[in-house]
Design a protein around this ligand. Structure first.
Ligand code: BES
Ligand code: ZN
Ligand code: ZN
Length: 462
């Protein structure tokens, strides 16, 4: 969507806290949630409710809803009549509107596809006072849409090669260096945990993508972002049943989010060095597939008892984290992963889980999420959970026996902590927020792009 500062809109949004002179009060009083289109006048009256009760998340949602209501194919240029009470919410107004302007029917063809594309709004006309911030917001919304498309995309198209190629494109455009390591390199570097997960995937490759954004003058110790890039999670021999397996192409959302952030680093002029590490593989079943009771050796030399082949995300993250902290010695390590069903049960789609070993880092992430309405809720890593993840014949195990449903998200976090050494680290479990069947106002169905805005905000605030 283009933003412009003058022109004649197909329809003008008129936000208001009160009734409007000449408009029937039965139809519009300016209350929150009200919206009245008068096509003959090319106007949409939008109720904002009580001025002193206006909250940023509500403003974002209101404008997102309005955008969706206008995505019928009839309107391509939309104007907003500015109300000075919106000045402090200008980011939310633009963001809500732009985030909503997206569709998921990318794999439809012919007329059907054309119809979906024509529903998108092409141009938003706003006052020129918003020029300064609007450029960045367009970029941010594009990055969120980009992540949604990758997460929603089918796993026979969005393959390891596909994601690695996207990473290359992003590196090229975003002034980051990139390395895409293949299976031979993973073997040479003894990344037994990623290779174990990949073992049943036949010709489908395993890769480790490493991006490095190093703006001039940045200090050496980077912020490291590690994203789970599991192309399709069948569960492996602990096969997922019907109703749990269908949407498991979403399991690379953590990796896609890291790509979305890298798309933005140069555009938002982030001043810190940022390293991105994305382990990529499927979790499939053939005669070479990993079995429960196998033991693998991770990059840091620790042996892992495979108790459940469906707890594969923590395995690929184990190698990626251990490699990343050793190679880059980051100031902060943040990983993102659709890691546990337990997190979906605990927090639903409203909060992602956050846990880690550094209070300040967690507080910074929570604060960024409050600003962008990508909320985080801290879960504990009790030492008993670390204990529960210890192995009996090996060092640790990827699932504890029998009781893995108890504090499942925390135990996954406890497992990961064995691989971050002394790095200040936070883990975001985005299993409930990265992919939804019931989207919120600013979201699309399926991939949400959750986390891109949060991390961009976190990096900006550093
Ligand atoms: N990818 C799943 C987690 C998931 C579930 C993501 C639902 C999105 C929606 C993960 O690999 C997994 O299967 N975790 C297991 C762990 C268990 C075996 C210890 C789970 O949550 O059941
Ligand atoms: Zn799994
Ligand atoms: Zn998974």
């Amino acid at each position: 969507m283009k933003i412009s500062y003058s022109g004649k809109p197909d329809i003008q949004i008129i936000p208001s806290f009160t009734a409007i002179k000449g408009v029937d009060k039965k139809l519009f009083k300016g209350e929150a949630g009200e919206s009245l289109i008068i096509p003959t006048e090319k106007k949409l009256y939008l109720g904002l409710g009580k001025k002193d009760k206006l909250e940023s998340a509500d403003v974002r949602a209101t404008f997102a809803k309005t955008a969706k209501s206008l995505m019928t194919g009839k309107y391509s240029k939309i104007g907003i009549k500015w109300n000075s009470a919106l000045n402090k919410f200008s980011t939310e107004v633009l963001e809500g509107f732009m985030l909503a302007n997206h569709h998921v029917a990318k794999y439809k063809t012919g007329k059907e596809l054309k119809k979906e594309n024509e529903k998108l709004i092409q141009e938003l006309i706003v006052p020129k006072e918003l020029k300064k911030e609007s450029g960045d917001i367009v970029k941010v919304a594009e990055a969120v849409h980009y992540v949604r498309d990758i997460v929603t995309g089918p796993p026979n198209i969005v393959t390891t090669d596909y994601v690695a190629n996207e990473a290359k494109k992003i590196a090229r455009a975003g002034a980051a260096s990139i390395k895409v390591y293949d299976k031979a390199w993973l073997k040479k570097n003894k990344m037994g945990a990623i290779l174990g997960v990949n073992a049943g995937s036949g010709k489908k490759g395993a890769k480790l993508v490493v991006l490095d954004y190093k703006p001039s003058g940045a200090k050496k110790a980077p912020i490291m972002l590690v994203g789970k890039g599991l192309i399709f999670d069948s569960g492996g021999y602990n096969l997922k049943p019907t109703k749990h397996i269908e949407d498991m192409q979403q399991d690379m959302a953590g990796g896609a989010t890291v790509l979305g952030v890298f798309k933005l680093l140069k555009q938002l002029k982030i001043k810190r060095r940022v390293v991105g590490v994305i382990p990529l593989t499927d979790n499939m079943i053939d005669s070479d597939a990993q079995r429960p009771s196998d033991i693998v050796t991770a990059y840091n030399g620790k042996t892992i008892e495979i108790r459940n082949t469906d707890a594969e995300g923590r395995l690929i993250l184990a190698d990626a984290l251990a490699y990343g902290v050793k190679t880059f010695k980051p100031e902060y390590t943040i990983d993102l992963a659709t890691l546990t069903g337990a997190c979906v049960v605990a927090l639903g789609d409203r909060y992602a889980g956050v846990m880690g070993n550094d209070k300040k880092l967690i507080e910074g992430l929570v604060a960024a999420g409050e600003k962008t309405d990508e909320l985080l809720w801290e879960l504990p890593i009790h030492k008993d959970f670390k204990e529960a993840m210890k192995g009996i014949i090996g060092d640790i195990r990827n699932a504890d026996n029998g009781t893995s449903y108890m504090a499942g998200s925390s135990k996954a976090g406890a497992f990961l902590e064995y691989f971050v050494d002394k790095s200040k680290w936070a883990h975001l479990d985005i299993a409930g927020t990265a992919y939804v069947s019931k989207p919120k106002a600013h979201e699309s169905q399926y991939g949400t792009g959750y986390g891109v805005r949060l991390l961009a905000e976190f990096l900006r605030a550093l």
